[in-house]
Design a protein around this ligand. Structure first.
Ligand SMILES: Nc1ncnc2c1ncn2[C@@H]1O[C@H](COP(=O)(O)OP(=O)(O)OP(=O)(O)O)[C@@H](O)[C@H]1O
Ligand SMILES: [Mg+2]
Length: 520
């Protein structure tokens, strides 16, 4: 058998109160694509941070190409040829692609040579399917293109082991296929690829080998061809998992809660993102929004949440016009918002759980009494969130940046639905979440629906949309192409929504503007 490129043995990393990695073993071979799997909080990111020199392990050792290595800093990992594409890209937006690659290479190369760099970018684009314009500014690129820049940066620094932390969470299905084509080519050239994902489909389709972490331990590793999705799920969770489809009644509500009429709005770059969008959401229903990312989903959610001004059209809440609400007023009027960007727009990384739990209503009773913060009440509330949603944490007074993705999302949703809002806007609420956390979030949305809230659910996962939504609207270039009521999910519906997402308008879209659910 070939010599492994990487051997991690007995890696242990403790944080105050948590053992994030508990004697973890991981072996990688040259030329393979390896998937690292595990539930939220299993210790995947921590292990990768150890491998890239960000954290020093408390115990264990690492061999790279047969030699023991001491990864004292991120630079020492880069020098060895270990590169990582983080979930949040580390690119400088106002600079060009070439400038970003050049600046980054300062970390690995003493002599910077623009000719070599241009040659590298060209070769990457020709041989590795990594097409990107070297002179484009980062902010002009799509997320998929930015990811390619991250990969090119690492290749230019001579990476032989490429780590990607949930690389497909931000990609469309087509982009995902393209990415894995590139990764396969890199593996064929003898490099090793290690990727983290929560999507079992990707693991089964693209990985050669798999390592599973559970509660900080490496519980198993195997060849992909020797396992199944069900086996992997059981290994990750440590028990048999039966997917429960949330039950729902089919009684249709006709109480209009939110109505958008011919909404127009710009995106951050100042170009139109919503172009006369109309839709109505009724109390007690989930309206799903399908669409390829970048067709106005973000702007739609922000308009409803009072975070983006409309340049045309009207919005009505419970029959009253509320166009261009401020975000504070939107909160006061009972509009809850679970944004796609949960850390940043949703939660403040350096604040603790208690402060984050009161961000929505720190200025009104019972949290605020005549200008004085009632911390006791906030603590009580946080504790009730933790209990109700089983939020794992290292202490409610610790900064939330230390929490894992799934637990952050539970905290965010708990805060947003506290106080029984009339409208809940949830953008990609289960992005990056494991099976257990996904189940919890779905249950919460169904409970809100049962309580009578009007819910807008944005997702790129049609299966999820069909499972939860009463109706699914397809967005294309900032307009609703059609709305499909969901009663029984059939193969035909996937095709129908798929073609709406690509811009094939349906007659019923016009109806939505005048009529409503009765006609849909
Ligand atoms: N810097 C830190 N300080 C304290 N605790 C931490 C720190 N980083 C991670 N943890 C804790 O270590 C455990 C493992 O976290 P880690 O981020 O590695 O999980 P993960 O498998 O990447 O999860 P996810 O799928 O949600 O990204 C969690 O309980 C987390 O709260
Ligand atoms: Mg992680």
């Amino acid at each position: 058998m070939t010599q492994p490129i990487l051997e991690m043995r007995g890696i242990t990393k403790r944080f105050p109160g948590v053992v994030a990695n508990d004697h973890v073993d991981l072996t990688l071979y040259p030329g393979e694509i390896h998937a690292l799997l595990g539930e939220n909080g299993a210790g995947k990111s921590t292990l990768m941070n150890v491998l890239t020199g960000i954290y020093a392990p408390n115990e264990g050792h690492i061999r790279f190409k047969g030699q023991p290595v001491d990864l004292k800093s991120p630079k020492s990992a880069v020098d060895l040829g270990i590169g990582m594409v983080h979930q949040h890209f580390k690119l400088i937006e106002p600079l060009t692609v070439a400038e970003n690659v050049f600046l980054y290479s300062g970390r690995c190369k003493a002599m910077l040579n623009t000719r070599d760099m241009n040659q590298c970018i060209k070769e990457c684009s020709e041989n590795l399917n990594l097409k990107v314009d070297p002179n484009a500014k980062i902010w002009q690129l799509s997320v998929g293109e930015q990811q390619r820049v991250e990969i090119i940066k690492l290749l230019f620094c001579g990476a032989e082991l490429m780590i990607l932390d949930e690389p497909t969470a931000v990609l469309t299905p087509q982009e995902t296929v393209e990415l894995f084509k590139t990764l396969r080519k890199m593996a064929d050239q003898g490099k090793s690829v290690l990727f983290i994902t929560h999507k079992l489909y990707e693991v089964m389709t693209f990985a050669d080998r798999i390592t599973v972490l559970r509660n900080g331990r490496s519980v198993d590793h195997m060849l992909t061809k020797d396992t199944t999705r069900q086996k992997l799920t059981n290994l990750m969770v440590g028990r048999d998992v039966l997917k429960v489809v949330p039950e729902r009644d089919t009684a249709k509500s006709t109480r209009e809660v939110l109505r958008l009429e011919n909404i127009c709005a710009m995106c951050d770059k100042g170009v139109p993102a919503l172009n006369g969008l109309s839709l109505t959401i009724y109390g007690g229903e989930i309206l799903g929004i399908a669409g390829v990312a970048g067709n106005g989903q973000r702007e739609l959610s922000e308009v409803i949440a009072g975070l983006r001004r409309v340049t045309g059209g009207k919005m009505f809440l419970n029959g009253k016009e509320v166009t261009n609400l401020s975000s504070r007023d939107s909160i006061k009027k009972g509009i809850a918002f679970v944004p796609e960007d949960r850390m940043g727009m949703g939660l403040v990384a350096n604040l603790d759980m208690v402060d984050n739990a009161m961000l929505r209503d720190y200025d009104v009773p019972p949290i605020n009494r005549k200008g004085i913060l009632n911390k006791k009440e906030a603590i009580r509330r946080t504790e009730s969130f933790v209990k109700a949603h089983d939020i794992k944490n290292a202490g409610i007074k610790k900064p939330v940046r230390l929490m894992s993705g799934g637990n952050l999302q539970k905290l965010l949703i708990a805060r947003e639905i506290h106080g029984n809002p009339d409208v809940v806007v949830a953008a990609y609420p289960v992005h990056g979440l494991d099976i257990g956390a996904t189940e919890t979030i779905h249950k919460v949305l169904m409970e809100q629906r049962a309580r009578g809230a009007a819910i807008l659910l944005i997702s790129e996962d049609l299966e999820e949309l069909f499972e939860l939504s009463d109706r699914v609207a397809a967005l294309y270039e900032g307009e609703v192409m059609g709305i499909i009521p969901i009663e029984k999910v059939t193969e035909e519906m996937y095709t129908r929504v798929g073609s709406l997402m690509l811009g094939d308008r349906e007659e019923s879209a016009a109806k939505e503007q005048t009529g409503g659910m009765a006609e849909a």
